[in-house]
Design a protein. Structure first.
Length: 107
């Protein structure tokens, strides 16, 4: 997702999943595919290297998740995401995708 309107669409009526590494918001869309957007702010993740690392991990995790509900997802940085190892971040995101798939199907 690239446009501000797409992010606003998700922020308006999102279902949420949070832990110490990420907060992920989701909202079902009318498209035939799932989309992901990332909002890693300088306030939360100071170094550009760290922000880029989080973006790469998020995109890869999203790409490798086979059963995604047709929804728009927005990933926000949590308090401990910078200090976490890659495996911890992948596991965290995997749990978020599963939880949000269930929540989106219910709504």
């Amino acid at each position: 997702m690239l446009k501000a309107a797409d992010f606003k669409f998700v922020f308006d009526k999102a279902v949420r999943s949070s832990d110490r590494y990420f907060t992920v918001l989701a909202r079902p869309n009318t498209l035939k595919n799932a989309r992901v957007g990332m909002a890693f702010t300088k306030k939360r993740v100071k170094l550009a290297v760290a922000r880029n690392r989080l973006k790469r991990i998020t995109r890869e995790s999203f790409r490798l998740t086979p059963d995604k509900y047709f929804a728009d997802y927005v990933v926000l940085a949590g308090t401990h995401c910078v200090k976490a190892e890659n495996q911890q971040l992948f596991k965290s995101l995997e749990k978020h995708w599963q939880q949000l798939n269930k929540k989106c199907e219910e709504s």
